[in-house]
Design a protein around this ligand. Structure first.
Ligand SMILES: [Cu+2]
Length: 335
C-alpha cells in the first residue's frame, strides 16, 4: 500500500463514521432533515459526476499521442465549427445544471420553512454556554422553564422560537433540522417534526466564546403519552426532600450564593441567569451535554466548575465536604 493510501483510507473511514449516529445530518429523523439530506445527496452525485467527466476528458486529452496533434497554425474551419458547437453546448449544459440545482434549493427552502399549525411551542434562549428552554402555553400555569434538553412528541410539528441573551449562537440538531441563528433582540423561528422516538444530540454551531464546544443540547423525541407525562412532571414545583441528607442539602443550597443565579420552583431560590434546577435530576446531562447526570458528577461540577468547563459563568464556591455531598444528593433527587 502506498503511503498516500495508508493516510487516506483511515481518513475516509473516520469521515464516514461521523455520518451515522445521534448527531448527523445524514441520519435524518424527520421531514426537514430528510429534505436537507436529499438535497445534499443530489448535489454530491450531480457535482461528483461532472467532476468525474471533466477528469476523464482531461486524462484523454493528456494521453493523446503527440503525433496525432495537428500543427496548431493549421486552420480547419469544419473542425473549428465542431469545437465551437461542443464548447457552446457545454456552456449551455452548465447553465442548465446551475439553474436546476438553484430551483431544487428554492423548493427545499420553501418546504423547510412551510408553516404548519404547531402542537408545541418552545422558546430557546442561547446563553454562554447553555440553552435556556421555555415551554410556552396559552395557559400560563402550564408554561415552564428548563435547560439543555428539549422533549417533543413524535409526529407533531414543533415551533422553536430562537433568541439570545448575549452573543450569537446557532441552534443545530442535525438529525432533525438545519442550523438557525440565535440573535439578541431578534426572534427567529423554525419548525421541525421528529418521525421516530429517539434521542438526538445537537450542538451550538456558531462560535460563541471559550466553551462553545461544550454547548450541546439534547432533543428527546417520544410518544405523546411519554411527552405528556414528562411535561406534567416538569410543570410541577420541586418536591420537598424526604430524607435528612437531602433536607440538609436543601438547607445548605438555600444559604449559598447558588440561589442568586439558579431557580428551584417551590423554594426561595429564584435566580434567573443560570439553568433552572427544579427538575435537574431528570436531565440526562449536566452543563449542556458535558457530563452524564449522576450524583458524583453533580458534586464534581459544583466543587470545580472551571476544571470541567474553563471560563464558565459559575463561580467556584468553597463548601464544607458534608454540605457538598448533601447538596449533590438534594439536586440529584430533583427529578
Ligand atoms: Cu457556540
Amino acid at each position: 500500500m502506498s503511503r498516500f493510501s495508508l493516510f487516506l483510507l483511515p481518513a475516509i473511514g473516520f469521515a464516514l463514521a461521523g455520518c451515522r449516529g445521534w448527531q448527523s445530518a445524514l441520519d435524518a429523523q424527520g421531514p426537514q432533515a430528510s429534505e436537507l439530506a436529499w438535497l445534499f445527496w443530489i448535489f454530491t452525485w450531480v457535482l461528483g459526476a461532472i467532476w468525474l467527466a471533466v477528469m476523464i476528458a482531461l486524462a484523454a486529452a493528456l494521453l493523446r499521442s503527440p503525433a496525432s496533434r495537428p500543427d496548431p497554425l493549421l486552420v480547419n474551419p469544419a473542425q473549428d465549427r465542431r469545437y465551437a458547437a461542443v464548447v457552446a453546448s457545454l456552456a449551455v449544459a452548465t447553465g442548465v445544471v446551475v439553474l436546476v440545482l438553484t430551483g431544487l434549493s428554492v423548493v427545499s427552502q420553501r418546504n423547510l420553512f412551510r408553516v404548519e399549525e404547531e402542537a408545541v411551542t418552545i422558546r430557546v434562549t442561547g446563553r454562554q454556554w447553555w440553552w435556556e428552554i421555555r415551554y410556552e402555553e396559552a395557559d400560563a400555569s402550564r408554561s415552564f422553564t428548563t435547560a439543555n434538553e428539549i422533549h417533543l412528541p413524535v409526529g407533531k410539528p414543533v415551533k422553536i422560537i430562537l433568541n439570545s441573551a448575549d452573543v450569537i449562537h446557532s441552534f443545530w440538531v442535525p438529525s432533525l433540522m438545519g442550523k438557525q441563528d440565535l440573535i439578541k433582540g431578534q426572534e427567529n423561528d423554525i419548525r421541525l417534526v421528529a418521525d421516530r422516538p429517539g434521542i438526538y444530540r445537537g450542538q451550538c454551531a456558531e462560535f460563541c466564546g471559550l466553551q462553545h464546544a461544550h454547548m450541546g443540547i439534547l432533543a428527546v423525541a417520544e410518544s405523546q403519552q411519554d411527552f405528556e407525562r414528562w411535561r406534567d412532571a416538569q410543570i410541577r414545583p420541586a418536591e420537598p426532600p424526604g430524607d435528612p441528607e437531602r433536607q440538609k442539602g436543601q438547607a445548605a443550597f438555600l444559604t449559598q450564593p447558588c440561589i442568586m443565579c439558579h431557580s428551584v420552583r417551590g423554594t426561595p431560590a429564584g435566580g434567573k441567569v443560570a439553568p433552572d434546577l427544579t427538575h435537574v435530576g431528570s436531565r440526562k446531562y449536566l452543563a449542556a451535554g458535558t457530563l452524564p447526570m449522576s450524583r458524583g458528577n453533580l458534586a464534581a461540577w459544583i466543587v470545580d466548575p472551571h476544571g470541567i468547563k474553563p471560563g464558565v459563568n459559575m463561580p467556584t464556591i468553597k463548601l464544607q465536604p458534608d454540605d457538598l455531598n448533601a447538596i449533590a444528593s438534594y439536586l440529584e433527587g430533583l427529578k
